[in-house]
Design a protein around this ligand. Structure first.
Ligand SMILES: [Zn+2]
Length: 204
C-alpha cells in the first residue's frame, strides 16, 4: 500500500468554493459532475504514479478498470465524501477480489481495527510504509517490532483489502526475483523501479 501523499488540487478547491450546485449540496460526491470526477481521477493517478493505491499494480486511466475509491466509505462517512485526502484511485481487483471493491463489500473502515489512514484527528494518521514489508515469497506482512496493537491492525488491513490475493503475491514474487538479478548486474534500485513503475513499496 502506498503512503497517502496528497495535495488537494486548486481546481477542486475552486469548484467546492464557487460552484452553485455544489454549494447547494455540499459533501455530495455524486453531485460532482463527470468533468470534475475525470480531473480528480487524473490528478490522483498522477500522485500515485500510475499505481493502485492499495495493491500498487500499474493502472491505466480507464474507467472500466479503475475507480476513485473513498478510503472511508461514502455511505458511512458523509462528511468525507468530498474530502480529497479520503479519495484514492484503486484497481477493480480482478472482479472485486482485492483492493477498494473488495473492501467495500465488507464492513466500514474502522480505525480501531485497521491502519489509521484518515483518522478524525489528522495528526494521528499512520503511514502504511511503517506497517508493512514484502517478503521473498511475494507476500505482504506486518513489519517486525510493531506493537501488538499495530501488528493486529496491519494483519486486519491486509485481510480487509485481500492484499495477499494469489495474483498479487505471484507478481511481487517475480519482481523480487528480477530485482535480485538486476542488482547482481549492477543496476541500482531506482533504475530498476523506473523500468517497472509499479509495486514501488516492494523496492524499498
Ligand atoms: Zn489494487
Amino acid at each position: 500500500m502506498l503512503d497517502l501523499n496528497k495535495t488537494e488540487p486548486q481546481f477542486f478547491i475552486d469548484y467546492k468554493s464557487n460552484d452553485k450546485n455544489y454549494k447547494k449540496n455540499p459533501n455530495n460526491y455524486l453531485k460532482c459532475g463527470f468533468a470534475i470526477k475525470q480531473k480528480l481521477r487524473q490528478s490522483i493517478l498522477e500522485e500515485q504514479k500510475g499505481q493502485c493505491f492499495y495493491c500498487e499494480k500499474k493502472i491505466e486511466n480507464d474507467t472500466e478498470k479503475i475507480h476513485i475509491d473513498h478510503i472511508k466509505q461514502r455511505a458511512c462517512f458523509h462528511n468525507l465524501e468530498c474530502e480529497y485526502k479520503n479519495m484514492v484511485v484503486s484497481c477493480n481487483g480482478n472482479g472485486g477480489n482485492h483492493c477498494g471493491k473488495y473492501k467495500d463489500n465488507q464492513e466500514k473502515w474502522d480505525d480501531t481495527k485497521f491502519i489509521k489512514l484518515i483518522p478524525e484527528n489528522s495528526q494521528l494518521s499512520e503511514k502504511p510504509s511503517a506497517f508493512f514489508k514484502y517478503v521473498g515469497n511475494g507476500k505482504i506482512k506486518p513489519k517486525k517490532k510493531l506493537t501488538d496493537d499495530k501488528k493486529e491492525r496491519a494483519e486486519n488491513t491486509i485481510k480487509y483489502l485481500n492484499l495477499n490475493f494469489p495474483d498479487l503475491v505471484n507478481a511481487r514474487k517475480i519482481i523480487l526475483y528480477q530485482i535480485d538479478i538486476y542488482k547482481q548486474q549492477g543496476f541500482n534500485i531506482k533504475t530498476i523501479l523506473a523500468l517497472y513503475r509499479e509495486f514501488e513499496s516492494v523496492f524499498k
